[in-house]
Structures are given as C-alpha cells and as structure tokens.
Design a protein around this ligand. Structure first.
Ligand SMILES: *[C@@H]1O[C@H](CO)[C@@H](O)[C@H](O)[C@H]1NC(C)=O
Ligand SMILES: *[C@@H]1O[C@H](CO)[C@@H](O)[C@H](O)[C@H]1NC(C)=O
Length: 494
C-alpha cells in the first residue's frame, strides 16, 4: 500500500466489513423455579440421570484455539466452562484446560488478572488450571491428552483423559475455524479428518461410555458433516452448519455491549447460550436435546439477519440423556427446572461476525486513541495491516481459481458446496498440500484465511495436482504484504 488511508477511509473500510442489524424483541428473561419432580408433568424428562451416573467419572477437555487480545472471547468462554464444571462437582484432576493464557495479564486488559464472559459477569479466570498454555496449546498435545497417551505429550502439566469404559467425556472447543479446519494458536491447525480419526481411536480403546462434543467455530458443521459415523457413542453440536460463520457477542457497539473500557468481544453467541443456560438450570432434569433446542433458538436470532444454525451430529439418541451425566449440576439450581417457553433469554439485538471481531477491536483502539498520539498511529497501522492481508488473501485465491479454470468458471468451482452429508473433501492430504502450496507463495492464510478452505478443497475435488497449484500460486502472488498476518514465522497452517 503506497499511501496510508485517512481515518475517514478507514471508517468506510470498517463499515464495509460490518453490516450489523439491530432491533428489539421482548421475551421473558426468566425461567420458572419448580421442584425437579415437577418436570415429570411437563415432558418425558431425562432418562434416569442418577442411574446413568452411578458408575464412572466425568472428564472434560476445554480448549481455546486462539491467542491475542482481540480474541479475548474464546479464552473467556473456556474459563466460564471451567467455573461451571467446578461448581457442578467435577474435580480439577478430571478437567483438562488448553488455553494460551495471554489475556488475564495482557497489557490491554482493563482489569488485570480478571476475565469476564458477560458485560455484568464476575471473574471466570481464578483457579483455572494451567495444564497446557502458550506453545503447548497445539494439535499434538490435544490429541495426546484426549487419547490418554502421556508419552506423546510435549510440555504441559501431563494431565490426560485417563478414562475407563464407564466414564463420560465432555469436550468443548471455542475459536475461529473454516471449512474442515479449526484454529490453533500454535500451527498447524486442526483438520477435521485427523480429529475424527482420534475420536474413532478413543472409541476403539473402549475408554468411555459416551462422549459429548460442543464446538464453536465458523463453518463448524463441516468438522463432522459426512465424517463422524454413528455407533461411536458420540453426540456433538456445532455453532454453525458447514458453510456459515459463527458469531461473537457482547462486542463493542453490540447490544448488550461490554463495559466501555473493553475494546473486545467478551463471548461467542453459541457458547454463552449453552453456558448461561447451564448456569441456571438443574442439569439432572435438563436433557442434551432440550439444551440443543434452546441454544439453536438463541444462536439463530434470524429476526435480525444474523446468527447461525446450530447442528447436531453423531449418535443423536444420546441427546435424551441428562446434561448431568457430562456436566454435573449445581445443587443451588436443584429447583430451577427447565421449562422450554420460559428458558429463552432475551436475545442480543446486535452481534459481530466471528471473522470481523478483530477489526472491531482494532477499530475501537483507533477510535479511542487521542488525535495525533503515537497510539493512534499504531492502531491505524494495525487496522491497515489486517485489512491489506484480507484483501491480498481474497484476491489471490480468486486469481488462482481463474488461472486454473478460466475467468468464468473459476469462481463457480471455488464456491461450489457439496450436498449435505458429504465431507468437504475426499483426499485430506491433498487439501493440506494445497494450503502449503498457497502459503509458500502467498503468505500465511492466518485466522482470516481459513474461510477459503472450501476453495482449496474444491481444487482437490476437481483433480488439480500439487504441481499445477504451485504454479498458479507463483503466478498469482508476486509479492506478499508485509506485517504479521501474512508472515510464515509460525510455519504453515497445514
Ligand atoms: C502414544 O504415543 C506414542 C508417541 O507418539 C506412540 O508411539 C504410541 O504408539 C502411542 N500409544 C498409543 C497407545 O496410542
Ligand atoms: C428446593 O425446594 C425444596 C422444597 O421446597 C427446599 O427444601 C430446598 O431447600 C430447595 N433447594 C434450594 C437449593 O433452594
């Protein structure tokens, strides 16, 4: 970029990437307080939760896949989940936390040592175990911990899911993603084929009774769509279907918004929906299915033109189980019986696309910095770098499509969506090779670039070879914009 754009131009760029709807809707914000026995009068209710739990241990793996203050919300979600599980009776020895841990004491954090997950929320950071932090938050350690394979770990506390055949396992992941891929602060990213293989391995080892996986990321449906078979005793819900974004919430400029001193989103829409629901109910009587329906409603909010479709995959009949089997329950909620009509919290009237939350952060920094200050220049530089990276990645992918398939057909091939029930790609090694070919010439995809994973998958599905891709990438990218986003200093994302 030859000339740094002025504040006015920045603002136009900003508006171009965040078209946010707003409105108002009144729904009861409260839930009925009834003895749990009363549930029987409302619906069939959960399978006998206490029997289900009479043997076995509850295990949980909580993982935030991002770092950076502008991604505050993912680690906030994870810390909130930890507090919930502890309050509900799980033990530290059975909760394994993966988080980069650069938020609580980040110089940008207005409340040092404190993380909140709601505008009026209290601290969720205290007591969170530092099992895997910093560079130890990586795919290898996550898989090793889940499989209970201590010898495969590199660094970290050494805590693993040492589970037996009667145990219940809960996994919760929150971060950015793209078709077939989930982000990780330390590269490479986590690919859907590898994750599903690990789940199959865990099942083959006979080391759980059932496993529940809650997944927040953009295009998170693509992680299981056509990939997770039935019969593994695994039930999963995802924040979005295979081809849409998921959403951040409690963001600057949203309603409700964070306290004014926060320049970042505090939570994610699907995540706070299940967490806030779990905080308030007797989980002995609420089933996975009831929570799924509720979270689906709150996450969609289609009256406002935002939101995503929460999906479920795997062994769906597991959803008749009580949440208690996986999440325990808080004795203080024993009379807070779930009654559907009364459980939908007032939905947020404005939320932020997961992929634009970093821009909102950089924009807020820019907007608040005093005119003419050094901080203003730094904030402007960061915003411009993030925007140039986006433009560069988008244009390069488009151009590669045109070079390989022609001007007319290029976009059509890149944007094609396979029918529901089919995986994103058949040859996952090919997909990873495509990503490396691209990055070698065009720079790192980084967080934002994950959105193009479907285009790379479609190159594989169309039979494009590694060599042809390398050639097209070399032609498309004569130079890479400077700045941290495009840099390969963290290695390839695949
Ligand atoms: C555990 O990990 C090590 C190192 O990656 C591997 O050699 C071994 O086969 C794994 N063990 C099991 C039981 O999967
Ligand atoms: C739930 O209701 C029962 C019966 O009214 C009461 O004895 C008990 O203390 C209540 N529990 C809580 C946590 O409020």
């Amino acid at each position: 970029m030859a000339r740094i754009p002025t504040g006015a131009l920045l603002f136009l760029l900003f508006l171009a990437v965040t078209g946010l709807a707003s409105g108002g809707r009144n729904l009861p914000g409260d839930f009925l307080r009834l003895p749990s026995e009363a549930l029987k009068f409302f619906r069939g209710g959960a399978s006998d939760a206490s029997d289900e739990d009479s043997v076995g241990t509850r295990w949980a793996v909580l993982i935030a896949g991002s770092n950076g203050y502008w991604n505050y919300r993912h680690q906030a979600d994870i810390c909130h989940a930890y507090q919930l599980l502890r309050k509900n009776g799980l033990k530290d020895e059975n909760i394994i936390v993966f988080m980069y841990d650069d938020i609580a004491f980040n110089p940008e954090n207005p409340r040092p040592g404190v993380i909140i997950n709601h505008p009026k929320g209290s601290d969720v950071y205290h007591g969170v175990p530092k099992d895997y932090t910093g560079e130890d938050v990586n795919v290898n350690n996550f898989f090793a911990a889940l499989l209970g394979n201590k010898s495969a770990l590199t660094g970290g506390s050494g805590k693993v899911v040492d589970s037996g055949p009667n145990d219940h396992i809960f996994i919760y992941y929150s971060d950015h993603g793209g078709p077939g891929v989930l982000g990780m602060p330390t590269y490479p990213y986590m690919y859907a084929d590898d994750l599903n293989e690990v789940l199959k391995k865990k099942h083959a080892a006979g080391s759980y009774k059932s496993l529940v996986f809650y997944l927040e990321a953009c295009e998170s449906g693509s992680i299981f769509e056509g990939l997770l078979p039935e019969g593994l005793n695994i039930y999963t819900t995802t924040a979005s279907n295979a081809y849409e974004s998921s959403w951040g919430t409690y963001c600057p400029g949203d309603y409700p918004s964070p306290p004014p001193e926060y320049d970042t989103c505090l939570g994610d829409l699907y995540s706070v929906a299940w967490l806030e629901d779990s905080d308030n109910h007797n989980l002995k009587t609420e089933t996975l299915r009831q929570q799924y329906e509720l979270v689906k409603k709150r996450t969609l909010s289609d009256d406002y033109g935002y939101g995503s479709h929460v999906m479920q995959y795997g062994d769906l009949m597991l959803n008749k189980n009580a949440l208690f089997s996986y999440l325990g329950t808080d004795p203080a909620n024993e009379n807070n019986t779930f009654v559907e009509k009364n459980s939908l919290r007032r939905p947020a009237t404005k939320v932020t696309n997961q992929r634009d939350a970093d821009l909102v952060h950089f924009w807020e920094k820019f907007r608040k910095a005093p005119e003419g200050s050094h901080g203003k220049i730094v904030a402007q530089k960061k915003f411009v770098e993030a925007m140039s990276h986006r433009v560069h990645i988008d244009n390069s992918v488009k151009l590669i499509g045109k070079l390989l398939f022609g001007i007319e057909k290029g976009p059509e091939v890149l944007d094609a969506i396979r029918p529901a029930g089919q995986p994103l790609v058949d040859d996952w090694d090919c997909l990873k090779n495509m990503v490396r070919s691209f990055e070698a010439r065009c720079g790192s995809l980084s967080q934002y670039g994950m959105k193009h994973m479907r285009s790379f998958a479609n190159l594989c599905n169309a039979g494009i070879s590694k060599e042809k891709m390398a050639e097209a990438s070399a032609q498309a990218c004569v130079s890479v914009p400077p700045g941290p986003w495009s840099s390969l200093h963290k290695g390839f994302t695949a």
